[in-house]
Each structure stands twice: as C-alpha cells, then as structure tokens.
Design a protein around this ligand. Structure first.
Ligand code: BV8
Length: 239
C-alpha cells in the first residue's frame, strides 16, 4: 500500500496506453498503428530518406486522427495532480500533444511532438498544425524537406529531455508508469532507475509488462479509470 503522506517528489512516465481511450491507436496493440507497416519500419531516418512521402502519409494520417481526439480522464487527472503536488514531473513517450492539451504545463516530451516540424537543412523547428497537409512531403521556404520533429529509431533523444527525465526518475519518491509496453529504450529504463533510486513504483496498464516484475504495485485496468481512482485515494489519504 502506498504511504502517500510521505511522498514528496513524484515522477510519471506515460506511453501510448494513456491516450488509448482518447481514440489514439497504440503502437503494438492488436489494432496496430497503420496498414501493414510496423512503427519500427516507418519511424526511422532511413525510411524517411527512402520514401519521405510514405512516412509523411503516415504522420498526416495520425495528425488528422489526433486532431479529432480529446484528452481523456487520465490526461486531465495528471494535469490536476501537477497543480496540486509541490514537485511533479510528467515524462511522456507520446508525440500526440494530448498532455499539454489537457493542461499539463511541465511535460518532458522524450520523443518530440508530431505537431512540430523541422527543416532538414536549417534545423529550424516550428509548430505546424495544418491537417491534412497541403502538400506531401511538405517543404520549407528554403526548398528543403520538412520532417516531423519526433525522435525516430536510431536517433538520440533530445539531450535536455533525457537529462530532465533521468534527474526526475532518480530523485523521485514515487514513480507512476502508465500505459507503456516498456520495450523502447532509453525511456523503458527510467522506471528501473527510479526503483534503483529508492522510489515506490506503481504501474497502471491493461496487461502486465516487463516493468511489472519489479513494480511495487501493478494496477490492471484502463488508465482513464485507474488514474482518477488512484488520485482520489491519494487525496483522501492526505486530507
Ligand atoms: C536510441 C516517436 C541511440 C516516433 C518513437 C535492442 C535492445 C534495446 C534497445 C534497442 C535495441 N535495438 C535498438 C534499440 C534502441 C531503440 C529501441 O528501443 N528499439 C526497441 C524497439 C527495441 N531505441 C531507439 O532507437 C531510441 N534511440 O536508442 O538512440 C543513439 C544514441 C546516440 C546517437 C545515436 C543513437 C529512440 C527511440 C524512440 C523511437 N520513437 N516514437 C513516433 O511516435 O512517430 S517510439 C514509439 O514507441 C512511441 O514513442 C511510443 O510511445 C513508444 C513506446 O511505445 P509505448 O508508448 O509503450 O506504446 P505500445 O503500443 O508499445 O504499448 C502501449 C501500452 O499501453 C501497452 O502496454 C498496452 O497494454 C497499454 N495499454 C493499452 N490500452 C491501455 C493501456 N494501458 C492503460 N490503459 C489503456 N486503456
């Protein structure tokens, strides 16, 4: 049982499962993300170099889908927790931007955000929310290709994001791990570092994962139900 009274610093790691009830398909679930492709085949610099139009078709499809999705009770509760708790860091692997739309301010986006684009020549990043894209692949004024400002397989995570995530994971008293299959590194090692740092580890997922083997508590259920339920218990315990 969690001793909420003694919790001072909280870190949360979310994956695609936290957005599932908003209608955003997960990566490795039965519905799979897109046609017959695997995320590992499309979300790579090589795939983009080989066929930028195909990779942008995938992102255009995801952007259009996500533009019509709303944050769910899990996103909204995490935004409420950030306001209520003195030291709270939300780390996400998701690129859908739903945590910010739910009102979370301090979000460490480990894998970037699919609403931002980056010029492959100049490296400049800007928000670009048009759906569907007027041209595929989109180009910068300089004429070079634009790419989604996300981290693809084989690419390093943004230095400041991974540093902030590691700092939060190794110094927190409690880490909540919500809706991740725990297979993509280095994000998947953050719960391990939290545990190593002495944190109490709670996992919320609809099924067990490699993280379940060392979590202190595994709550099996949908995030949109279990995150609000946990926060209600937490508030009651500290009142
Ligand atoms: C790097 C952005 C080095 C793009 C993504 C062998 C072993 C270990 C590692 C590797 C290896 N070979 C290669 C690697 C490294 C590789 C990696 O980890 N590969 C894996 C596949 C083995 N990692 C990398 O390449 C990373 N970079 O290592 O760089 C480096 C260093 C210096 C210089 C050069 C290089 C980059 C990884 C980032 C890849 N980008 N996304 C985009 O999204 O468009 S990853 C992609 O997977 C998403 O970000 C996603 O978030 C992430 C993880 O997936 P999950 O979020 O966990 O989603 P998933 O569908 O898997 O699971 C959903 C979960 O939710 C399930 O558990 C399900 O049960 C649960 N669920 C479902 N519904 C609900 C629910 N839970 C609660 N409620 C519900 N309703």
């Amino acid at each position: 049982m969690t001793d909420f009274q003694s919790v001072k610093t909280v870190a949360v790691l979310t994956g695609a499962g936290v957005s599932a009830e908003s209608g955003v398909p997960t990566f490795r679930g039965k519905d799979g993300l897109w046609r017959q492709y695997r995320v590992e085949d499309l979300a790579t610099p090589e795939a983009f170099h080989r066929n930028p139009a195909l990779v942008w078709e995938w992102y255009d499809w995801r952007r259009e889908l996500i533009a019509n999705c709303q944050p769910n009770q899990a996103h909204l509760t995490l935004a409420e927790m950030e306001k209520a708790l003195p030291d709270f860091t939300l780390i996400t692997q998701n690129v859908d931007g739903l945590h910010r739309r739910a009102g979370s301010q301090k979000v460490v986006e480990l894998h970037g955000n699919l609403w931002d684009v980056r010029c492959v020549a100049e490296g400049t990043v800007r928000e670009y929310r048009r759906v569907p894209l007027p041209e595929i692949p989109p180009r910068c004024q300089c004429g070079a290709l634009l790419r989604p400002n996300v981290v693809w397989f084989g690419e390093p995570l943004p230095a400041e994001a991974i540093a902030a995530a590691q700092e939060a994971a190794t110094s927190c008293d409690l880490m909540l791990v919500i809706g991740t299959s725990g297979v993509v590194h280095p994000a998947a090692s953050l719960p391990f570092w939290a545990k190593q740092g002495g944190a109490y580890l709670i996992e919320i997922n609809v099924q067990r994962t490699p993280i379940s083997t060392y979590a202190d508590e595994v709550i099996l259920g949908p995030a949109a139900v279990e995150v609000p339920r946990l926060w209600a218990k937490w508030r009651q315990a500290v009142e």
